[in-house]
Design a binder for this molecule. Sequence first.
Ligand code: PRP
Length: 200
Amino acid sequence: MSKNIEKELLKNNIIGKELFTSEDIKNKIFELGKQITVDYKYRDLLVVSILRGGVIFLSDLIKEIDLPLSIDFMSISSYGFNGASTGVVRITKDLDESIEGRDVLIVEDIIDTGLTISYLLRNLKSRYPRSIDICTLLNRDIRRIADIDIKYAGFRIGEKYIVGYGLDYKQKFRNLKSIYELKLDTVKKDIESLKNSSSI
Ligand code: PRP
């Protein structure tokens, strides 16, 4: 069942098609959790989330993993260009725990070019984890630049602008229960109004 905010955004044509319902997401997370439970039995599982978008997925995913585990967080700032990732990343909040000898699972909401995760993998591998793998809810492999191996991927998506379930547009819409297409017109209008209000 949609929330009032989702109904309002749909009515005002800000968001469009519901690409993955909260039920689709719930079912996918159940499957992923079941597989991770099998794969990580008798291991020292540390689930790492990259702030901010991945947090909503992490919180639902760990509830479906039937094993002892720990969680930790990293925050990064990407130097993007016109909204695109460049892979140049600065860690603004590092992990609190040591990962040496542990089985690290990085949980992301979306992997797009793969540049961010590829930087993080290089960084974390130098800290001697026993294993390090990736779980992403959304896999946009059509835009992939870095060659990365994703062990667990939820849904494959195309080029569309999407929001909801952790994914934002200018920090909004993360709290929508489903994943929606963001209406491109809205994005364009917003960019136009920014240009018009610019003093440059
Ligand atoms: C998203 C996502 C990944 C990154 C993927 O984060 O959570 O970290 O982009 O893009 P890439 O594969 O092209 O490098 P974003 O920068 O939007 O920050 P957020 O998590 O705060 O939304």
